[in-house]
Design a protein around this ligand. Sequence first.
Ligand SMILES: Nc1ncnc2c1ncn2[C@@H]1O[C@H](COP(=O)(O)OP(=O)(O)OP(=O)(O)O)[C@@H](O)[C@H]1O
Ligand SMILES: [Mg+2]
Length: 282
Amino acid sequence: MLPTSMTESAPSNLTNPAPQGNGQNVSDSPVAETCIEIANFDAWYGAFQAIHNLSLEIPRNQVTAFIGPSGCGKSTLLRWINRMNDIVPTAHSKGIMRLDDLDILAKSTDVVHMRRLVGMVFQKPNPFPKSIFDNVAFGPRLHMKLRRSELEELVEWSLRKAAVWDEVKDRLHAPALGLSGGQQQRLCIARAIAVGPEVLLMDEPCSALDPASTLAIEDLIYELREQYTIVMVTHNMQQASRCSDQTAFFFEGQLVESGPTDDVFTKPKEKRTDDYVRGRFG
Ligand SMILES: Nc1ncnc2c1ncn2[C@@H]1O[C@H](COP(=O)(O)OP(=O)(O)OP(=O)(O)O)[C@@H](O)[C@H]1O
Ligand SMILES: [Mg+2]
């Protein structure tokens, strides 16, 4: 059960740390609005083409799961969505990728600004070797001019939102690396939301966690979609069906099919999807 505070809105006196989307849960609206548009997207590492002519619309305030066998390009696509492949010298791409009106791939796009809008949570929790407080305060200190009391309020808001406040509130100045794996992952989610992103990208966020921590993160992901657009890579079919609204199935760098998770799992259009979700390969 998530604390009541999970549903509270961001501290009102802060530079808006809440997401910059419309904050509306799509379950209230008949047609989901597109948050990220990907069209005719190709990506390479040197001469090797990892993604082929991929088009996909990622709806706002939903959880979209990327599934598919190892090496099919899930992480590559996720990494292009916040330009993490900029640091891979051989990586290049072409096509369209937009977050609302922002052209994600344009050379002129301010990547630092873009990454405030698109937060990333990795497979293995990666807290900085700093205190719990300083981990969450890191982004706001870099990007926002806040008074100490405002910063404290924002850190508390983020930790509550990530459902880890009750477990850390008495040791905010203790090292983050002393937390359990599941707590570290929720701390990393708090750190990601502290700067007010619109989108959260999660690359196998539970694969290093025990079953109890996994369920806590899954509950959290499901709750967070009310305010954020979430894209999650997972190898766990139960997880995709439990906590995603949309599923996209990839195979050998191509998008085979995408749609509402129930449809992809119970009446897939393509045989390859059916075989994969039934565990016949991958
Ligand atoms: N930095 C890189 N340099 C060269 N090739 C890469 C690099 N990163 C990924 N690849 C290749 O691109 C393809 C897609 O890799 P990617 O990591 O996107 O797969 P994935 O679907 O996330 O797999 P997994 O489920 O194992 O994480 C693979 O063939 C991989 O070997
Ligand atoms: Mg991967």
